[in-house]
Design a protein around this ligand. Structure first.
Ligand code: CUA
Length: 364
């Protein structure tokens, strides 16, 4: 019941620390229940003592000076001992809860989390002999249900924070450190995540999705992702033209290659300055969660053309010939025509996991 109250009708996309499908949140919930219960008992006790004192020792009509006394050892001892006991009790509860949280068991699914201005990369272990190398996905994290997921979190620039409240707590992403954190859920579905440390102009647009799949479905996803090689476009198609532009840019107009900053598994594109685009066509979100679904499709052309115009502080330079400045530096990537941008969009949409590994398939 508490869960229903706190999550508001059980909508899966809400940011809710009261989502009790996560073991972490259940621990925190019961810890809070105990702390609040103690507070209520203490409040009632203090209120009773206050009203009793006011009533019993209220000034009577006569002007006689009240009885004078210095201290009451028994009362003072009680006043020290009781609060100490309360603090000790709350400390024991807190330490016990802390010890139970984030034990990172051996069987936990491991994911590397990288935060950068203003997007995320999620890295999975590669299969031992995987031809495609590491598996990485930008801005969409896929996890199994009913299993702890051990995150190793870092940042490539400033301090960010990984925060998916329905799945349990938050952890800073600090450059130069690798912090561990654990999330979990019993319920399949999509969950909202957000950067939770002010990190620059588009902090609010540094979102991500966590898609929790049943364990069998998760294994299908992971195996397909590990074996994935980006599909080769048919010669002469829009995708093929897009592929060439993606890999080489357009030397005639000085347009930079997307591959300089982005990686696509199983192709020469191995850039690490921007989010991994290996499964771009499977993804439902664009611009680190700025747009979803249909809207993301509509925005893709404009996004490639001039992302700094759409997302303040975006480090992706613009291909529209306009000047966008970031910290005094002009963000220009050379010129691409609208037709060329459409070709790149067509190539990006073709980067799809096999349908059985499409992690959005069963999410409404
Ligand atoms: Cu990254 Cu706020």
């Amino acid at each position: 019941m508490g869960a229903a109250l706190l999550t508001g009708c059980g909508s899966q996309q809400l940011l809710s620390i009261g989502d009790l499908s996560s073991a972490y949140n259940r621990e925190m919930f019961w810890m809070s229940v105990w702390a609040i219960a103690f507070s209520i008992v203490i409040f009632i006790g203090v209120s009773y003592a206050l009203f009793y004192t006011v009533r019993k020792f209220r000034e009577d009509r006569n002007d006689a000076e009240p009885e004078q006394f210095h201290g009451n050892n028994r009362l003072e001892t009680i006043l020290v001992v009781v609060p100490v006991l309360i603090v000790m009790l709350l400390s024991v509860l807190t330490v016990r809860t802390m010890a139970r949280l984030n034990p990172t068991p051996q069987n936990a699914v491991k994911v590397d989390v990288l935060g950068k201005q203003f997007w995320w990369n999620f890295g999975y272990p590669a299969a031992p002999a995987a031809a495609g190398g590491n598996v990485t996905n930008g801005n969409e994290l896929v996890i199994p249900t009913r299993s702890p997921v051990a995150l190793t979190i870092t940042s490539g620039d400033v301090i960010h924070a990984f925060w998916a409240p329905n799945l349990g707590g938050q952890r800073d992403a600090t450059p130069g450190t690798h912090k561990t954190w654990q999330i979990d859920t019993d319920r399949a579905g999509a969950y909202q995540g957000n950067c939770n440390v002010l990190c620059g102009a588009s902090h609010a647009n540094m979102r991500f999705k966590v898609i929790a799949l049943d364990p069998e479905q998760y294994n299908t996803f992971l195996q397909a992702a590990q074996a994935y090689r980006a599909p080769e476009p048919a010669p002469g198609s829009a995708e093929a033209r897009g592929y060439t532009l993606f890999m080489q840019g357009n030397p005639a107009t000085g347009a930079l290659a997307c591959a300089a900053c982005h990686r696509v598994q199983g192709t020469p594109a191995a850039g690490a300055a921007g989010p991994d685009l290996s499964f771009f066509g499977t993804r439902r979100t664009l611009g680190a969660g700025m747009w979803e679904g249909e809207r993301a499709q509509e925005m893709l052309h404009g996004w490639i053309k001039h992302s700094p115009a759409l997302k303040p502080g975006s480090l992706m330079p613009a291909y529209d010939g306009q000047e966008y400045r970031l910290n005094g530096k002009v963000q220009k990537a050379g010129l691409l025509t609208d037709a060329e941008i459409d070709d790149i969009a067509a190539y990006l949409r073709s980067l799809r996991l096999p349908e059985e590994a499409n992690y959005w398939r069963d999410v409404p």
